[in-house]
Design a protein around this ligand. Sequence first.
Ligand code: FE2
Length: 262
Amino acid sequence: MKVIHLSDLHLGRSNNIKKIARIREWIISHREQHGAEVIVISGDITNDGAKRQFLKARAVIEDLREAGFRVLVVPGNHDYGPLGITESRRSAKHFRRYLAQGENYPRLEIIDHTAFVLLNSMQGEFRSVEMIGAEGQLGRVQLEELEGILESLHDDPKVDRVVVILHHHPFDYKKFHVLRDARRFLKVLSGGDRDRFWTGVVLFGHKHIDHRFNDPGQSREAQYDLDLIYAAGSAVEQDPEGKFVIPVIDLNDLVIERFRFH
Ligand SMILES: [Fe+2]
């Protein structure tokens, strides 16, 4: 199975709405070339969590769904309020209504033997003491639910891959740039001494840096017993030649192919 990973669209900033229209057109018209049927959007879909931005985002997602793609979304800090550093309950409600189709997180979607587990790394932010911050926090309740989901998938013969999706970085090299409860999250993912039979993949965004965490000598993938850890860059930021760079992840052979186009 192949997955297109989009992140950090920041609709409402600059001409990003125009850019996502081009990306949508490319995805629909190049189906044969990229071969993906699932599209993951790992947060910061809007720039300020404003209703008009969510309506634009929803229209793009609906177009992709109508074209036959499965589109999976999680929220980022910018979806929860202006500038991505304030948390507004109104923006959270907008996200839930317009992009999450009224559903709560964590969410489990099983598509062709692959279990996609969608997380809300802004959920714990509302429960933390300060109301300003962009580091992200899953929160105890969500982590417990995640643990329950992973337990239920553990011996499920219909599932041979688990893909966990969130906005914030749970595996970072720098302090203060990492999900607040990253350690607990990683503990839940590793499942203690439980044997796991599926391929483990973690996808996120937030920093606008395209990076697979498999550097020789300090591979986070090997360290955490995961098979693929990937931070997508911002899909609307173009390369030095002015081309969009869209990553397509092959979940069978764990290779990421980047497609470039104007
Ligand atoms: Fe972000």
